[in-house]
Design a protein around this ligand. Sequence first.
Ligand code: P6P
Length: 327
Amino acid sequence: MSIEIGTSVMEFIAAQQLGHPQAKGRLTLVLANILAGCQFIHRQVNNAGLAGVLGATGGINVQGEEVQKLDVLARNTLVNHLIPCEGVAAISTEEDEGIILSTTPGNYLTVLDPLDGSSNIDVNVSVGTIFSILPCPQFDRKVQPQDFLQPGKNQIAAGYVIYGSGTMLVMTLGNGVHGFTLDTGSGLFLLSHPNIRFPRPSKYYSVNEGNRHSWDPVILRLIFELSRDRSARYIGSLVADFHRNLLAGGVFLYPPDSKSPKGKLRCLSELSTMAMIAEQAGGRSSNGRESTLNHMPTALHERAPFYVGPPDDIALIEARLAEMYQG
Ligand code: P6P
């Protein structure tokens, strides 16, 4: 099947699945349910602006209902789609302390950041849903939290949906990275960006320079060096910052600092996905010492330092940080 611009994401996944008969189409079903949830979130996020305006007069939305906090709404939407979904054994989300068991048997564990960057909603900054699909390691017992503690390289699929000027799915099934734009008329995600690759060299570097007072001097020098031949771009929404760097060419950094000595971003619900997409798009990612994809998490909500972008940038960063770790 030739993959052409305008191909629907379901046709695309079906074509990709031809190489994985063992998935028995369940992966397609899991992805279809995630995307159905994201389409609903797309509508809620777009209306939030109206709710935000109405919220200024007392917080009642156009239907006369109390506007739910969008993080909770996004989480409930996705969980309600996935609990009954054949193929899903259990779910972990950034919003839930523990895991959520599905009502059907399944081969897959799904990890979600239902609405990353949601603090930016009221100022119309792009936000996103991040998802990761892992193999379920055990079939002879109920899923337990430790079953989710897998390195990112185990992922079967990873992607995000960015709710911005347009709504776009960026996803990898392990065979390249592809972008699908939501056609609001048909409600379909249609292929718009096949085979996305990190442009090189980087034009941008993305880091919260407001944290500079709590960085190690090695990191201060690293950021100064990166700024010599890159422009600074930082939105404070991981999906938006990552997406710009992936399409336009840039490196993203969330180093450890005195407030977040292990970094701020979450291994399972944020970093594994971005790391797999980056590597499939010809880039790399690191926690400063090893590839993010090789890191073995020890807790559901573990955090880690994160550096992601073209391979040359990550090699430079790891070389400079070696001084900090050896020092
Ligand atoms: P800071 C949003 O809250 C988030 O988790 C990511 O989306 C984003 O990259 C990061 O935090 C921003 O953190 O400390 O720079 O505001």
